[in-house]
Design a protein around this ligand. Sequence first.
Ligand code: SAM
Length: 257
Amino acid sequence: MKLSKRLQFIMEQIPDGSTLADIGSDHAMLPVAAIQSGKVLRAVAGEVNSGPRDAAAKQVATSGLKDKISVRLGDGLDVVAPGEVDVITIAGMGGALISSILEQGLNKLQGVKQLILQPNVGEDIVRRWLLDNHFVLTSEHIMEEDRKVYEILTAVPENTNGTMLTNDEVYREYEVDSGNGTVKVTKDILIRMGPWLLKENNDIFTAKWMSELDKLTRVLKSLGTSSLSSAEAKSEVFAQEIQQIREVLSCLPKDRL
Ligand code: SAM
């Protein structure tokens, strides 16, 4: 099974010997490839919609993996029993939906060793959910495929990972030198932009945030022409956010900007 660059990267994050639930599996490409690679022993492909569920079942049957991949119709983590899997992947949905799937399936997360999440938007919502629910973000990757940017977040339950990394460490605020003073990288900024992505600070990340700044600036401009009473307060929030992001970006090495 040939995966897209994005799904291939997600698959590579799965530890060897895992039992996997891929929620919102669509064509079950990820579990099929993960089983074929030998990384995953057994998998559940969950789908809430019958069209993609049928496509997944067909793919699994054609790949001769019906004995290793169970295709199930249901909402989010309803499709797995507590303790049935130790790795969960949820990819290609908004961050709010991913977070609500995790929230509604909290009792299914006992015994889960790793979450690999790829929100299309709203990555900060996922980071906040993980933080609030004692999952430590152990890595983040940003990548580009077909001119779309994707972030892949990996998390483990707090206090159970080998490195004993804590959320306090991951989201510890710090200061960076802007050349004419220091800029504080606050917890809110770490959640918004990604603590590991900020540290790695690669070109895709910079380009993403330059584009986000453009979007935010356009929203701020349109708020300036609004007669709504709430517009002023909203403008203030946007202006502050733009300033914070600009300040942080300005501390990147100059050849990246
Ligand atoms: N995970 C695949 C990927 O990343 O390429 C497919 C992503 S596709 C855009 C999103 C899939 O999630 C759809 O097939 C949709 O039916 C499914 N989905 C949406 N909400 C869901 C939920 N609450 N539970 C299970 N599946 C869901």
